[in-house]
Design a protein around this ligand. Structure first.
Ligand code: CP
Ligand code: NVA
Length: 298
């Protein structure tokens, strides 16, 4: 089994991954990886958290990693993702790939005989969504009917994966962004099939009864050419103290990181008492382990 899209996982499978993570946290996990398992990390874009958390996760589970910077591999000279997948499948046990194009990871996965894990593409960030919802459950205990507001770039890869994962677990999702700026229709429509989700451009309306406010950069990797335009477009949706006044008094704030302080979020909020961002970031290694263990037994 691969983890390419958040839609690859049913509600039951998400809960199973969470339960593996819980067991690891409690020191009770009985699953193990095969001895000396090797994970290939094929990355076209920068990463701190995803790369290091997967490398540390497999090391602590007794395996190893090979980091392949796409720029210094034969991909740079035009070798296809299909051929790359065939090779990596004969050397390694997992591939974690961070690619620009979602179609490229689909090509990689369909030519691979080992599990492929999406470490972020232009359309999705499924392992991040698992981290996010696991952290929400830690923070609020019960996910059912919890209201999550995603503020800012509601068409971001993180938004796409998070909306699918959150509604599957019974949460209500409010996507808050500029009038006329729409979420990715596939993810929005699909999420609607699973639960309650809507779009808003009015901050007060979206934040009413909000339990969690989540944001991500206004300029995702690959969108640098439109940086100035995007900063202006999303600026009114910055997560700041004033915005949070419209939410529940015990609202909590999340961000996948890296944060652009003063753009999508203020330092006051990021470092303030409502922020659970550092617990969220810490959970990346736990969920990386849980995902590796889950996929190795599928
Ligand atoms: N949140 C996240 O994926 O961070 P990195 O880009 O540092 O991996
Ligand atoms: N949306 C961001 C997420 C970074 C982890 C990006 O794609 O750059």
């Amino acid at each position: 089994m691969n983890l390419i899209s958040s839609d690859d996982l049913s509600k039951e499978q998400i809960l199973e991954i969470f339960s593996i993570a819980d067991s690891i946290k409690e020191g009770k996990e009985e699953l193990t990886l095969k001895e000396h398992a090797v994970q290939a990390l094929l990355f076209q874009k920068p990463s701190t958290r995803t790369r290091v958390s997967f490398e540390a996760a497999i090391a602590q589970l007794g395996g190893n990693s090979v980091y392949i910077d796409a720029q210094s591999s034969q991909l740079k000279r035009g070798e296809t993702f299909a051929d790359t997948a065939r090779m990596l499948s004969s050397y390694c046990d997992f591939i974690v790939a961070r690619l620009y194009s979602h179609n490229d990871i689909l090509e990689l996965a369909s030519n691979s005989s080992i599990p492929v894990i999406n470490g972020l593409t232009d359309l999705e960030h499924p392992t991040q969504a698992l981290v996010d919802v696991y952290t929400m459950r830690w923070a609020r205990k019960n996910l059912k009917n919890l209201k999550l507001v995603f503020a800012g770039d509601i068409a971001a890869n993180t938004a796409n994966s998070l909306m699918l994962t959150a509604v599957k677990l019974g949460m209500e999702v409010a996507l808050l962004g500029p009038k006329g700026y729409l979420p990715e229709s596939f993810y929005f429509t699909k999420s609607r099939e699973y639960g309650k989700i809507d779009t808003y451009d009015d901050i007060k309306e979206a934040l009413e009864d909000a339990d969690i406010v989540y944001t991500d950069t206004f300029i995702s990797m690959g969108q640098e050419a439109d940086a100035e335009k995007r900063k202006k477009l999303f600026a009114p949706y910055q997560v700041n103290t004033k915005m949070l006044e419209y939410a529940k008094p015990d609202v909590q704030v999340m961000h996948c990181l890296p944060a652009h302080r003063g753009e999508e979020i203020t330092s006051e909020v990021l470092d303030g008492p409502k922020s659970i961002v550092w617990e969220q970031a810490k959970n990346k290694m736990l969920l990386a382990k849980a995902v590796l263990l889950f996929l190795s037994k599928e």
